[in-house]
Design a protein around this ligand. Structure first.
Ligand code: HEC
Ligand code: HEC
Length: 281
């Protein structure tokens, strides 16, 4: 009997909870803020009709349209934070949090509302799968929220990354392992970037030399993102990336809707994986 009452009580509670969740869910769908629904998995979803934040810290209502207001960032501060934050959550977290915490201080607005934990998955090219470098991933995520021209800027960041000799020497004043050798990845992939460097340096993946290299790279990439965003804000974007000669001719026949064959997706160095069939051997 006692048990039954408890069960009945639980059922009523569940019903209330389900209804509440449904309302929240429907609201989230209508306003496009699924994140609020997820963060609000605890039942407190704030007070309807007011701006009182939910338990997850997110106010109900519509997310502001992108791009969010950007203000000029201190590039060297972003670089240093990228380096430091790498040791807290890996490369994606490092780059994204360096940009977001600096944006929160500099521009305010909704920039502080993004939970930094969402960038942890990107470490090691997504849970150590070695795909897209997390420093690129995190930087691109923030750039896509901060500038209408994010495609142009993002393409530049990716291209720049593939040709940049990482790590830069701009971390010497505070890094753990100074004077590291540099390598050019010719690829946006974590696997290629890390392996190329580790081979050259004679380093293992899980030792501190490699971690310091990736921490610096995270800072360098976030800093480059900030630099591009600053340029976009000032209306003078300086694009430096050009498809290298060794594979620019491949593109005109294989890559893009205007190419001869349009039978390939991807913009990074073909020569890393294919022979050049246009060259006589
Ligand atoms: C002048 C145009 C042209 C250029 C430049 C060119 N290709 Fe091709 N490529 C072709 C054609 C045509 C084929 C054959 C298409 C077919 O058989 O479907 C081909 C086939 C290929 C294939 C598929 C081979 C196969 O197994 O069928 C690869 C891979 C490829 N090209 C890579 C490259 C790369 C890498 C470069 C640059 C280093 C390059 N191509 C430059 C025209 C070009
Ligand atoms: C990371 C390695 C890698 C890179 C970089 C790469 N490819 Fe490929 N590509 C592959 C693999 C793997 C395949 C599938 C197996 C195959 O056909 O050789 C492929 C297939 C192709 C094909 C055949 C498509 C078809 O329909 O048969 C073409 C054409 C091609 N690549 C062109 C390019 C061009 C042009 C570039 C540079 C812009 C490039 N690839 C860069 C790995 C790569």
């Amino acid at each position: 009997m006692k048990e039954e009452t408890a069960l009945a009580e639980e059922r009523t509670e569940n019903k209330a909870l389900t209804r509440r969740k449904f309302i929240v869910g429907a609201g989230a769908l209508a306003t496009g803020i699924l994140a609020a629904g997820i963060a609000g998995c605890s039942t407190d979803t704030g007070t309807p009709g007011t701006d009182k934040p939910a338990a997850g810290g997110i106010a109900q209502g519509e997310a502001a349209e992108l791009p969010w207001t950007y203000q000029k960032l201190d590039v060297e501060l972003v670089r240093k934070r990228g380096y430091e934050n790498y040791f807290k959550g890996g490369c994606d977290y490092a780059a994204a949090s360096a940009l977001l915490t600096t944006l929160k201080e500099t521009a305010g607005g909704p920039w502080g509302s993004i939970p930094l934990g969402m960038f942890l998955y990107g470490a090691g090219g997504a849970y150590s799968w070695g795909t897209l470098c997390g420093a690129l991933n995190g930087s691109l995520q923030v750039m896509s929220m901060a500038a209408a021209q994010h495609e142009k800027l993002g393409n530049e960041l990716l291209g720049w990354y593939t040709e940049f000799p990482f790590p830069s020497d701009k971390h010497e004043a505070y890094c753990k392992v100074p004077k590291q050798i540099t390598t050019v990845a010719k690829s946006p992939l974590c696997h290629v970037s890390v392996s190329t460097w580790a081979n050259e340096a004679g380093a293992k993946i899980n030792e501190k030399e490699k971690k310091d290299r990736c921490a610096k790279l995270s800072g360098d990439t976030a800093a480059r993102a900030a630099e591009l965003l600053n340029q976009a804000l000032e209306g003078k974007i300086v694009l430096g990336y050009k498809v290298p000669d060794e594979y620019s001719h491949c593109m005109s026949c294989h890559q893009g809707p205007d190419s001869l064959l349009d039978n390939e997706q991807g913009k990074f160095n073909c020569a890393a994986c294919h022979d050049d069939h246009t060259q006589k051997k």
